[in-house]
Structures are given as C-alpha cells and as structure tokens.
Design a protein around this ligand. Structure first.
Ligand code: GAL
Length: 363
C-alpha cells in the first residue's frame, strides 16, 4: 500500500533519524524475536479514525516489522472507562509483550498502567497522554492543532473578527488533548474575536454537541453567530446539523479536526470551513515501531523514534514523538488526504458532491 511507503519516508524525515530503522540489522541482543504480541486499547467508535485508520494501520505495520509473525490484540472501550480498565487488565492477564493505550480518561487509567509496569509489561501512551509510569508517548502536536484551528477562523473572519460572536465547542475534559487544543485555540482567538459561549463535550459526543449548539442558537440568535470553533469533525457535523435545522441559509465558518471523510465532503460542499489533517499514518506506524522495538529490546531504534520529551502530571521527561499537523481546506485536499492515499477522489466525489468537486478541480 502506498500509505506505508510514504509513512516511513516521512517519519524518518520528521524526526531526522538515520537509515536502517525497521531493517532489523542493527538490533542489539533482542529480548524477543518476531513473535511479538502488541495489545492495542482504543477509546471509542464515535470518532471515525480509531476503527478506520489507527487499528488497521498499526496491525499492518506490526505484521510488516515481524515478517507476519507478530500480532495485535485489539480492544475498543466504546466510550466506557470501566470497560477500558477491564480490557487493560485482560491484556495484563494474557501477558502481552507491550501495550499501546489511547486512554478514555487519562487519570483513571493510571492504576492500570502501574499494574502493567509491576507485571513487567511496557506501556506506550497512544495519542492521549495517559498518567502513571508509561514508557513513551506518541501523538500529534496537540497545541498546534488548536492554533491551526483558531488562526484559520480569525483569518477567515478578517476585518469582521473584532465584532464577531464565536461559539466554542471543546472536547472531553477527561481527554488531556482537550486542554491542549483549547489552549492553542484560545491563544489565537482571545483578543481577536468575541467568544460568547463555551462548552465542554463529554466523551466527544456529537449528540451532546448538537444539544449545546441548539442552546447557543437560542441564547445568541442564529444570525448573530459569526463562527463556531469545533474541536473535531464529529462535533462539527453535529453543529452544522443544528444550524441547518434552525433554518440557517448560510452556514458560518465551522472548524474541525481529523479529516473524517464526511467532513472532507462538507468542506468540498462549502458547509464546513476547515479540518485539521493529522497523519494517522505517521502516528500509527511510529506507534507500531515503538511497540515492536520496545518489546524486542531494540533500544537504539526505540530511542531514535522518541527524540521529543513531554511531562504528564505524574511523570517528567517521557520520551515522545509528536507528529506535526496541517490545516485542511478546500484549497489543499489534493496535497493532503489524496496525496497520502487516505481517500481517493472517488471516495470523496460521490454523486452528491460531483459538481462541488468539479468546481474546485477535484476529478
Ligand atoms: C482526541 C484525538 C482526536 C479526536 C478526538 C475525539 O484525543 O486526538 O484526533 O479523535 O480525540 O475522540
């Protein structure tokens, strides 16, 4: 798959490491051979990326790093913190070699991380910074995500920005990324626009976001809302539905994140202003490499992938890799999701979007 080739090329460029990673030639007395079992814990099924990209990409990369002998044991918590804890415990009981966890609740997961540590199983935090004694963290530059969203809104509002009323839909407070997205966005928005309503959204639920948007519309007035900052695409879709159902004739600019297929289609149709394109490919393949190298005791390769460093509330100096992000608008669909093989023109330009696609040269 084209996706994988470009991922390794990009990741080497991104973190400036030398050739040879993944080749297996320079391993130093590995603890394990190819028979590595990676436990993968993802948080929910409401956000398209986890089932559609993260899991399959990690599975594919683990197979390719281990001559098809390694495997990924996968569990999705379906938005239940208790379920994630049980799934985590099961992986410890099954003695997997390494655990990759995208925590639903970064604090609540800490005792499970500690149990894995006590059982000698390394834990790598995936996308969200889990608390407790983790071995490494791989994510995107999450503050940059918020900055990119906020800056795009301010630029789009232009001269009207100072008098513009903006509604802010933030993510789940139990997700540590939410605070980073919010901080980045507020750095760009505060002092530039007038934020009239702010909401947190438990579990990133589109239903909750929709209900909050309905409240904002009745409090502020449909015609007075100049823009909506939405932290991700799932909520952006719900916000746009609420605006339409309230009778909006023109949808104000709405931000998003994740480059979900339906969001890219809304961008093509001019309903959603922008999304943030995060290369799940880079994040997932690098996570798979970190997990396999960690399990195999290939320290040099592991260290080369974790040149950044982050602090969590419970631990300082966590080796990390933070992948960069780019804004996704009508103007760069080709250079981002299509070029990286995330979607084809055919995926995006279905019958409903044919003419909008043609209007921006997507065909
Ligand atoms: C964040 C993640 C985003 C988005 C969101 C919703 O932690 O970084 O990509 O998917 O969760 O679950």
């Amino acid at each position: 798959m084209a996706l994988v080739a470009s991922a390794s090329a990009l990741s080497l460029a991104a973190c400036g490491v030398v050739d040879g990673i993944g080749g297996g030639d320079s391993s130093e007395s590995p603890d394990k051979g190819d028979d590595v079992t990676v436990g993968l814990l993802l948080p929910d099924k409401d956000t398209a990326r986890f089932e559609k990209f993260d899991h399959p990409l990690i599975k594919k990369e683990v197979a390719s790093l281990t001559h098809d002998k390694g495997k990924v044991v996968y569990a999705n918590a379906e938005s239940s913190t208790d379920k994630q804890s049980r799934q985590f415990q099961q992986m410890i009981d099954d003695a997997v070699d390494v655990i990759l966890v995208d925590a639903l609740d970064s604090k609540a997961i800490a005792p499970d991380v500690q149990k894995a540590k006590d059982a000698g199983i390394p834990v790598i935090a995936y996308d969200r910074l889990a608390e407790g004694p983790i071995d490494a963290y791989v994510s995107h530059d999450n503050e940059l995500v918020g900055e990119v969203q906020g800056r795009a809104l301010v630029e789009d509002l232009g001269a009207k920005a100072a008098t513009s009323k903006v509604v802010m839909m933030n993510g789940d407070p139990a997700d540590p990324n939410t605070a980073r997205f919010k901080k980045g966005a507020l750095d760009e928005l505060e002092g530039e626009v007038n934020i009239v309503k702010r909401y947190d959204t438990d579990k990133w639920s589109p239903e909750i976001a929709k209900a909050n948007m309905e409240k904002a519309i009745s409090a502020v007035g449909l015609d007075n809302i100049a823009a909506v900052y939405s932290a991700n695409d799932g909520m952006a879709g719900a916000v746009i539905d609420a605006l339409k159902e309230s009778g909006a004739s023109k949808i104000p600019p709405v931000t998003g994140q994740d480059a979900n297929l339906d969001a890219v289609q809304r961008i093509v149709a001019g309903e959603q202003f922008m999304s943030v394109y995060k290369s799940f490919l880079l994040e997932a393949t690098n996570a798979a490499k970190m997990a396999v190298f960690k399990a195999q005791g290939r320290t040099i390769q592991f260290d080369a992938l974790t040149q950044d460093s982050v602090d969590s509330p419970t631990q300082d100096g966590i080796p990390a890799q933070l992948v960069s992000v780019v804004p996704l608008t009508k103007s760069n669909i080709k250079q981002t999701v299509i070029q990286d093989g995330v979607y084809t023109v055919k995926d995006i330009c279905t019958a409903e979007y044919k003419s909008d696609c043609a209007a921006i040269g997507l065909n």
